[in-house]
Design a protein around this ligand. Structure first.
Ligand code: PEP
Ligand code: MN
Length: 378
């Protein structure tokens, strides 16, 4: 059951305690307070978990601060899009809004290798006004003999350089909970010049203990990458694991599915699922064209397969693009063959802007058509 409070009720309000006290009277019911921060307004929702079947709606509906009470039976209790809820979830982090309406591009290194490459990358982003990036310090690799990432040793210069170039959010994968402590410590030592969005990689999509761990911490939002060989439903349940522990600041990232049917691409591009995830949940949706396509191959029309895959995500309403760039791909220690060069950043962003404009026009046309169909039917 979800109790949605009126939009003027803030986090410190005694009204929240009143709802919690009322919920506390029902045996076997526990409550969790969630703040939903959209681009236009933020709302407080209180989730009643446990044996809620016998809990009546009326006593909650009668409270002054309550806007609506929604009984939910669906499986994605927290991340799901339930009838009567605000239209989109989302959150703000480091002053940046992530929701189902916004679009952020996060280009960066698959794996950090040298301080110079990190600095060149961030400088290139700053030059085009981008504040979101990706940097891998902990790399889960198929072979134990491959480069495993520089780990905590690179964090001080990554964070310092990010702060100097005005990068506000860095997507960074963790493969073990101890790495969050290392990130915490390095950020604190550097004076928190930037923020981190903790990435759960496709290989850990059903590592339930790791999911619960990132759900229990509140400092970092989570970028969850869809499991490469499991159903969408299983991936959404994995996000629910994170949310059910208290952290609902989650972005789901589509990154292609492992199947040889996708050849010659590294993974079979699944970006037609962008609208599906938006319909089933209120999470913002990210696409990762680099790990989907896996190469810099160029189509005869002069656009790369990575650009085409990106466009497929953006035209479908994606809210974030996670993409590998490298100042010198031939020297990259991980995934060099799929990294775009810094010279390609401008054209890449120009292409995204064209597609995003087309998506916005499509959305507007759909809105108008629905409206006129409704007034014709009225
Ligand atoms: C990555 O983004 O660096 C990565 C390893 O991606 P994935 O988990 O999707 O393979
Ligand atoms: Mn990679």
């Amino acid at each position: 059951m979800i109790i949605i409070l009126k939009s003027d009720v803030d986090r410190e309000s005694p009204d929240i305690q009143q709802v919690l006290d009322l919920a506390g009277r029902y045996p076997g019911v526990s409550s969790r307070v969630h703040v939903v921060e959209g681009s236009s307004r933020s709302l407080i929702e209180i989730y009643l978990i446990g044996s809620t079947a016998e809990v009546p709606l009326e006593p909650f509906q009668e409270l002054e601060a309550v806007e609506r009470v929604v009984r939910i039976s669906e499986k994605y209790r927290i991340i799901g899009r339930h009838k009567g809820q605000v239209e989109s979830g989302g959150f703000q982090y480091q002053g940046v809004t992530f929701d189902q309406h916004t679009l952020h591009v996060a280009p960066g290194l698959c794996a950090v290798d040298t301080p110079e490459h990190v600095d060149q990358m961030f400088a290139a982003l700053a030059a085009v006004g981008i504040q979101t990036s990706r940097m891998g310090a902990y790399k889960p690799r198929t072979s134990p003999y491959d480069f495993q990432g520089l780990g905590k040793e690179c964090l001080p210069y990554v964070f310092e350089s990010a702060g100097r170039h005005g990068i506000k959010v860095i997507a960074m994968e963790i493969t073990h909970e101890s790495q969050i402590e290392e990130i915490n410590a390095a950020l604190d030592a550097a004076g928190s010049p930037t923020g981190v969005m903790v990435q759960i990689g496709t290989r850990n999509a059903q590592n339930f203990e790791l999911l619960k761990f990132v759900g229990r911490q509140q400092r970092f939002p989570v970028l969850f990458k869809r499991g490469m060989g499991i159903t969408l439903e299983e991936s959404l349940n994995a996000c629910e694991y994170v949310a059910s522990e208290g952290n609902s600041r989650i972005i789901l990232c589509l990154r292609g599915m492992k199947t040889n049917l996708g050849d010659p691409h590294r993974n079979f591009v699944d970006f037609t699922h962008v609208p599906v995830v938006k319909r089933l949940t209120r999470m913002p949706v990210c696409v990762d064209p680099s790990h989907s396509v896996g190469s810099r191959a160029l189509a005869p029309d002069g656009l790369s397969d990575i650009q085409h895959a990106t466009a497929q995500g953006v035209i479908a309403g994606a809210n974030m693009v996670l993409v590998d760039f490298h100042p010198e791909p031939s020297k990259a220690l991980c995934d060099g063959p799929q990294a775009l060069t810094l010279d390609e950043l401008g054209p890449y962003l120009e292409d995204i802007a064209i597609v995003r404009e087309a998506y916005e026009k499509r959305r507007e046309a759909a809105r108008k058509n629905t409206e006129s169909a409704r007034s014709a039917g009225a």
